[in-house]
Design a protein around this ligand. Structure first.
Ligand code: SPD
Length: 281
């Protein structure tokens, strides 16, 4: 029997669809609608409020890039905070590193964790790691109250800037994040598509530049997120995003599907016209 098509619609007039073979989970929390589908091309796929979040087939493009770029360059990685990341993919990548002593994951919606643990165990393989501390609460509030300088690396693995994730794109949140990091701490976040959400992408760069003094966006395609390159941003007061720690890269590349030293360097290449816009910020 032929399945149905699940489509994500973009304000910019683009529609992306996957053929669904089976619905594995559908539920509604007080924040959002959470769904897991078995899709023909990307395997099991998580969608929140009608937006594609992650899929078993292409998630490594997203999680390895979000996490390993900062984790393989930050001088210290003992204490790591993940805001969002309820599917567990980012925690899995952080906990690959034996140097990590504590990884705090703050996810606002327990239903995302529950659905992911049950239906996407291939993505969240580190839920039982004793170094992982899971808090079901608002990441904005957590960051507001956490102790100054208490994390070496902070990762923002959020959704798009609508619904409960909206505040995760604001200056107040970024200022709190910066306060939790020492001068050689690193913040990395998903920063939307420079093509489909250019304005949001540029605003993130400009706000973070005002706080950290510099930003380093990086790019790679994540096929389920619309079309073209997706972006992440590396922000730090004084860490060079290309200063790799070779032992960590060596360790991670034993297991990674995408990440390696060449890809780490390549993803920081900026298309010429976008580079001019970034210069002008
Ligand atoms: N347009 C979708 C952007 C989603 C980014 N976060 C996905 C969460 C995967 N852990």
């Amino acid at each position: 029997m032929k399945g149905f098509w699940f489509t994500e619609e973009f304000d910019s007039g683009l529609r992306v669809g996957l053929e669904v073979e089976r619905t594995l989970f559908t539920g509604r929390s007080k924040y959002q609608r959470v769904e897991v589908f078995e899709t023909k091309t990307f395997g099991k796929t998580l969608a929140i409020d009608g937006l594609f979040m992650t899929s078993v087939v292409d998630e490594a493009n997203y999680h390895e890039l979000l996490v390993q770029v900062p984790m393989c360059t930050a001088p210290r990685i003992e204490n790591v905070l993940i805001v969002g990341g309820g599917d567990g993919g980012s925690a899995r990548e952080v906990l690959l590193h034996p140097e990590v002593k504590r990884c705090v994951l703050v996810e606002i919606d327990g239903l995302v964790i529950e659905a992911s643990k049950t239906h996407l165990p291939e993505i969240g393989t580190a839920w039982d790691d004793p170094r992982l501390e899971v808090h079901i609460e608002d990441g904005i509030e957590y960051v507001r109250q956490a102790e100054t300088g208490s994390f070496d690396v902070i990762l923002l693995d959020g959704s798009d800037p609508i619904g409960p994730a909206e505040g995760l794109f604001g200056e107040a949140f970024y200022r709190d994040v910066a306060r939790l990091l020492p001068d050689d701490g690193v913040f990395a976040l998903q920063s939307e598509s420079p093509l489909l959400f250019k304005q949001v992408f540029l605003e993130i760069q400009s706000t973070l530049k005002g706080i950290f003094g510099q930003t380093h966006p990086y790019f790679r395609s994540v096929p389920i997120y619309g079309t073209g390159p997706w972006s992440w941003t590396f922000a730090s007061r004084n860490v060079d995003p290309l200063a790799l720690v070779p032992e960590r890269v060596e360790h991670v590349t034993q297991k990674s599907r995408i990440y390696n030293a060449d890809i780490h360097r390549a993803v920081f290449a900026v298309p010429q016209a976008l580079g001019r816009e970034l210069q002008a910020l």
